[in-house]
Each structure stands twice: as C-alpha cells, then as structure tokens.
Design a protein around this ligand. Sequence first.
Ligand code: AMP
Ligand code: ZN
Length: 665
Amino acid sequence: MTTEQKIQQLREELREHNHNYYVLDNATISDYEFDIKLKELEKLEEENPQFFDANSPTQRVGGGITKNFETVTHKNRMYSLDNSYSKEDLLDWEKRIQKILGTEDIEYTCELKYDGASINLTFEKGEFVKAVTRGDGFQGDNVTTNIRTIKSIPLKPKGDFVSDFEMRGEIILPLDGFNKMNEERLAKGEEAYRNPRNTASGSLKLQDSAEVAKRPLDCLLYQVVTDERKYKTHFESLENARKVGFKVPKTIALAKSIDEVFEFVNHWDEKRHDLPYETDGVVIKVNNLQQQEELGYTAKAPRWAIAYKFKAEQVSTVLNEITYQVGRTGAVTPVANLEPVELAGTIVKRASLHNADQIEKLDIRINDTVFVEKGGEIIPKIIKVDLSKRPEDSEPTKYATNCPECDTELIRTEGDAKHYCPNEFGCAPQITGRIQHYISRKAMDIDGLGGETVDLLRKEGLIQNYADLYDLKVEQVIPLERMAEKSAQNMVDGIEKSKEIPFEKVLFALGIRFVGETVAKKLAKHFKSIDNLMAADFETLVAVDEIGDRIAQSIIDFSNDLGNIQLIDRLKAYGVQLEVSAESLENQTDKLQGKVFVVSGVFHQMSRNELKKAIEDNGGKVSSSISKKTTYIVAGDNMGPSKLTKAENLGIPIISEQDFIDMID
Ligand code: AMP
Ligand code: ZN
C-alpha cells in the first residue's frame, strides 16, 4: 500500500467512526482506539504535506482563528417561515395552496422545528466547502472554520447523492450537553449560560475554533437545495441525505392529508419534552418538489411551507411586589417582582406590567398567583391572575401616586398611557438618563465615559446635567473609585473632543422628547441654529416637512423652560456646536430645491456617498428607484441596464457626473 492509500484508508475509517458515534449514536470502537488511529493519521499527514485535505478528520479539532467573519451572499436566499398557531390556521393554509395548485391531492412532510441557529452548508463535487449563517437571508457570515469542528456533519458524504448542493439545517446544543457545559462553568465560578439556542448561535461566532470544537454542538438537517433533479419529493431527498451521512432526525414523517398532519402535531405537542433538544413547533412542507416550485415564495417565506407554533410555555408563580422604574424622560414603568420560577430554561424574577391600564385590566394584586408566559421577547409577560388562589384579604392595586425616586407627584396627561415624574431636574434616574443619552454613541459619542461612571459622578455631586461635564477636572475625577489617572484624562479629553460634534447630533443629544435622530437632522437643516429653533413658534414648527403637533409642542415646552435656556447658554459658552458650521453652510444651497435624483453607476470625481451628500446639501432629494417623480438620473459607469430602460421609457433626463457638478457650481 502506498502512503497515499494508507492516508486515504485511515481517513475513510475515521469518517466511518465519526458517523457511527455522532450521527448514529452507536460507537463501534473505543475512544482510545479512535485516538490511536487519529494520531497515526496526523503523523502521516505531517510527514506528507502534499496530501493535505481541509476535510480530513484531523482538521476537526479546530485551531483556526477567525478575527472577522467575512460576509457572504447566499446563492439561494434563506427565507423565513410563516407561522400558524391553530388548526384553523393550518386549514386556511391548505385551502390557499389547494387553490393555487388546482388539486386537493397534496402530501406533506412533517418535521420538528429545531430551535437553534440556521446554517447553510455548501457542497461542491460531493465535498464540504463552506458554511454561512442565515444573516438577513440574503447575506450571512462565513463560519466555515467553526462549523468544520462539528463532527456530526459529514465533510465528504459517502454514497449515491447529488453532487453540488446546499444543505440547510439548524445548529443546536442538545440539552444534555448544554447542562454539562453549565455545570462546568458553575464549578469554575462562572455564570451559567441562559439557554441552549443563544449559546448555540453565540458559539458560531467564537473566534477560536478550538473552543467551538469543545462545545457539544450538533447539526440537524432539514433541506437539500440543488439544481440537480434527482429526487421528486422533499422526503425522498432527506431520506437520501440521511443515508449518505447527514443527521436528519428520525422524527420526520410523511402525512397523506392535513388530518395526518394534526396527528403529528398533537403527538409532539405532548412528547416534545422527552426530546434530547428543544423544539418550539412543527414545520409542515408540501412534499412534491414540482408542487413546491409552482407555489413559490412570498416576499419573506415559501408558500409551500408553514410553521406551527406550540403554545408558549406557562408557569404560575406569586407576585411579591410591584415596583416602579423611572426612565430618562420621566416615564414610569411598573415592574412585577415575582417569586423566582423556572420557565423555558431560565429563572424568571421580573415581568413588565407596561402601565396603569395594564394593571387594571389584569386586576393584578400583591400576593396573587399569576401565569407567566415567555414568547419571543426576552422579558416575560403576565397573562392572567389565577383568581381561585387569591387571598381573601386581597386589595386592589393602587397605582403609585408619587415618584419612587424623588417623591414628586406623578402626572398623566390625557391620551397618554404612561405616568410621568415631572421633576425633570431633581429626579436621579432622569438626570443620569439624560446625561447617559447625551454621551451615547449616536449622540455626542464621548469616548472614555460610560453609563455607570455617569451615575457615579452624579452621586458624588460632580454633575447634575450635561453642561456640568465640561467643568470636570482630572483632579476631581481621580479620587473616584476605580478611576486611574489615565482613564480620568481620557474622559476629560473625550468630553473636550465632543465640542467638535456637529449641530444635528448635539440637537439629538439634548434629549428633547420626540426629537429622535432623524427629526434632529431635519430640524438642524431647517433652522440652522438652536437660537432659531428655540425662537420658532408653533405654526413655524409644524410648517416644516414631517414635523407634527406633538413634536412641535415638545420643542416649545423645552424652549420655554428656564433651566433649559440656562443649560443651552452654558453649552454655547463652552464651545459646543449649537449651529450648523460655517463650512457645511458654505456648501449648502437651495439650488436643487424640489428636485429628485437617482444615482446609479460608478463615479470618478466623487464617491457615490459624496455625490448623494452634495445633492442633499443643495436642497435636493435622493431616491433609490426611478419613478415619474424622478427629475434627473446621475449616471456613472456601468449603470444598470434595467434602470436605463426604465429611465428611457419614462423620458427622464440622464446626466453625467460632470453635468451634475456644473449644476451646483
Ligand atoms: P423563523 O425564523 O421563525 O422565520 O423560522 C425559520 C427558521 O426556522 C429557519 O431559518 C430555520 O432556521 C428554522 N427551522 C428549524 N427547523 C426547521 C425545519 N424543520 N424546516 C425549516 N426550517 C426550520
Ligand atoms: Zn422623580
């Protein structure tokens, strides 16, 4: 036997063992023997690097590091699934597809909906080449190096199958493995992972693939995508995928009618807790591939498939207390503090109650037994009160009348669901929250200062508002807990640097209610300075494009407040940008007022983004698609042919980059 043959033979053997162990759950040799053979192969490969193969069993222990995961466009889009929650929903779906197909004779495949992270595995000439996450469905992250370490995925499927294909599946952490990981973490004094799904999906993005290799990840496959028309049905393609080594769960079943689908659903709704992994529903797919093709896709999901979601898990527990949280704007949110209880793998202690109406609607009272449910959201919901368990002396909940933080009487304006604490300048969470908003990334983007430090600085009496930040001295900050000289200096430097932040961001940073990022941009562009804005009356404000009554009133309230006027004066004195800078004004004109541009192709004198900015700076609008409203198309090299035809059909003038520059000069 030549060395090459020996290497091939060992690889073949080890693959077989991997398959037996990880897919069939039926080991045929001991771990020890496996290791001996693996070592032997490693040695041979090392001595004969000309026979290197990325898909060799030796490559599955990991070691490769990925610093940045490359973005990859999917060859075939990865769609979502439409959801159904009842038998009626399923019957409606059946009717819809029967109508499109013009037949009542439809067979289905039923599968469990595996709860993990979706993955797309590409195989070429029968060999694994890459693995990409679903991402937004069009593009995902290349996680090939990490996926290679998951040993239940065959890198070279063996036997008769299609040769160029994508295998779609779900990366999961089986419950056993997940619990073991947590035991080890707790033993090391680390915090336990919250749930298997997030841990599985987080594992895919670890930089060190050796770390991924240690995690007991698994991959359950549910779809073969290929242009080769080898199989007539979905079920047949999955059965064959299983034969060549993929882990296609044995739970999949054929259903000859929707009644048989119901049987499958009922069976697993009850038995799902016995499974070694988590599932939150069933996926039903039209079995015939020809029919699948006829049905096609909506904008977000295949018409030939539907997910049936099991009812969310509920538990009951006791409500110990209702507390109230005050946000940056003074809005108050009631929070239910519950007797800790386990729900869908996590311990629940708190649930949001939203507002006073919600409390009244539920008629929820202290010491009540309540049902808590976990939907897709992170914060669980209280569904209802178990009245049979209500204590006899129970009293209706009285909503807080005063702020839990500053004791000011709460107010609630007509039509507003929330209560507010009006003590804007004296209520701790509002003060801290406003400053935290001011320094945040999308606002003043102050480096070297974090949310917790803001709270600390406030507690120490060093800051009461965002203007106070500019008075901070390094010597004042150093004595604070956990503050080294270097970080104190960084913080002061970061604050100093924020004086360069352009007006539109400053306006957003001020935290005027209802003035978000986009509104701030609009206002900055229109009024050009804080003085103009604060002097504007209601009519002037609502006359601005997209500024409504609510925003206008909020700006007026802000501008009439003496405290705010003083704050703005101080910011001005420190040199914060409270008007549009001369430079950007210089480039701004009304030359393109009322004109709508579509930009297409590659440009030479300026980048696409510079071009778009130039359009907006001169009062024009940029639109992404050509319509009757388009005034000009600015065309660079390689303008898309479909855009060209459309422009010609609508008779819209196409101008060059130079034409455009002449237009604004
Ligand atoms: P959703 O994210 O709710 O739109 O559901 C679509 C996702 O369900 C897919 O991206 C898959 O990751 C996942 N999924 C789990 N099990 C299956 C299955 N048997 N068939 C299809 N998709 C599945
Ligand atoms: Zn308060």
